[in-house]
Design a protein around this ligand. Structure first.
Ligand code: F6P
Length: 373
């Protein structure tokens, strides 16, 4: 093996640069050249890439947030939204051009750093004969077939720090503090940060909540002399028989996540203020969860992911996702990650939401965190 390429695609997550660095270092130690496509699949389509060099552009990046090669989250090259000369929208498949770009320039392996959408395209490219190796990135921790994605631990740490800070101001003013966290349709960030940050309630997309249960918890605390409460709500949480809180719906193309969530925290705070008579405030944590420096845990996890990915490439094991299972680095078929029967160009049909028998659910319940049910 002489020449490999990396792309980072989808919403950024802390640890992307640490993975890049680990791949580049392992590659160089084995005499392999490493390149990075600019802005994810967009770079692959435009054949826009740079050489990555551990003594140059890939140096000093272990602790850097974002990605040195950029990312895009609206480029599904299998079903790309284009506008023709008459101003009409047309969906086109540019994947053959991408495959040709890789062939022409002699890339023997493509590392795809991304979440479920990215891995879906990676699977589709693997069916066209490209040697793909996926690495699971996302703060949401919702990629199937791995126990943890890189970036998640940092997001949980940021949310935990926010909860610590909200606690003191909640107590000072006898308020209900609602923290809205990211995670899309998975409640991992909300659940784990609620445990780490000592929240009183954690409302997850997986458990549509009963507002009366949340009120009950706040009132129980009041009865014990605690005139304040701290609640974490996932952006994808909704009331029983209620609707998702959608901030806006985009039209960026097929096979992409066009729904931007937002508003769950505001809605909940409004209801709680009205019912409990306590004043309630909302903090929407937003993009600080995924910007900035990765935690020590994510730096190590990302490095392990990068090293394992390059090792798999050298062993000739392709069309897999590097996966972290039961404390060990291993790999699983990309089909198992995105759904074997999911059509080319369509969105992934698998998502790793919080299962009700996850030990974190039991832990939360046993220490009295109200999950809204
Ligand atoms: O998937 C990562 C994530 O940050 C989600 O938690 C969030 O819902 C979404 O991306 C936001 O997407 P965008 O960057 O397009 O606003």
């Amino acid at each position: 093996m002489k020449k490999v390429a990396i792309l980072t695609n989808g919403g950024d997550a802390p640890g992307l640069n640490a993975v890049i660095r680990a791949i580049v270092k392992t590659a160089e130690n084995n005499g392999i050249e490493c390149y990075g496509f600019i802005e994810g699949y967009k770079g692959l389509l435009n054949n826009d890439y740079v050489r990555l060099d551990s003594a140059g552009n890939a140096s000093g990046i272990l602790n850097r947030g974002g990605t040195i090669i950029g990312s895009s989250n609206n480029t599904n090259v299998f079903n790309l939204k284009t506008v023709n000369e008459n101003g009409e929208v047309e969906y086109k498949d540019f994947s053959d051009k991408c495959v040709q770009n890789l062939k022409d320039d002699g890339f023997e392996c493509l590392f795809t750093l991304g979440g479920d959408g990215t891995q879906k395209s990676s699977r589709d490219f693997s069916r066209k004969g490209v040697n793909c190796i996926g690495i699971p990135k996302t703060i949401d921790n919702d990629v199937a077939a791995t126990d943890i994605t890189f970036g998640y631990n940092t997001a949980v740490s940021v949310a935990t720090e926010a909860l610590d800070r909200l606690h003191t101001t909640a107590e000072a003013h006898h308020r209900v503090m609602v923290l809205e966290v990211m995670g899309r349709y998975a409640g991992w960030i909300a659940l784990e940060s609620a445990i780490a940050g000592g929240a009183d309630c954690a409302l997850l997309p997986e458990i549509p909540y009963d507002i009366n249960k949340v009120v009950e918890k706040i009132n129980q605390r009041k009865a014990r002399g605690k005139n304040f409460s701290v609640i974490v709500v996932s952006e994808g949480a909704r009331e029983k028989d209620g609707e998702l809180s959608v901030k806006r719906t985009l039209d960026e193309g097929k096979g992409l996540d066009n729904v931007r969530l937002g508003g769950a925290g505001e809605k909940l705070a409004g209801q709680l203020e009205e019912i409990t008579g306590l004043s309630a405030r909302t903090t929407v944590l937003g993009y600080v969860q995924r910007g900035g420096t990765p935690s020590a845990y994510d730096r190590v996890l990302s490095t392990k992911y990068g090293v394992k990915a390059m090792e798999l490439a050298m062993e000739g094991i392709f069309n897999v996702l590097v996966s972290y299972k039961h404390g060990e680095m291993t790999y699983v078929s990309l089909d198992d990650v995105v759904g074997k029967d999911t059509a080319v160009g369509a969105a992934s049909s698998k998502n790793r939401t919080v299962p009700m028998d996850d030990p974190l659910i039991d832990t939360a319940r046993r220490i009295g965190i109200c999950l809204g049910d």
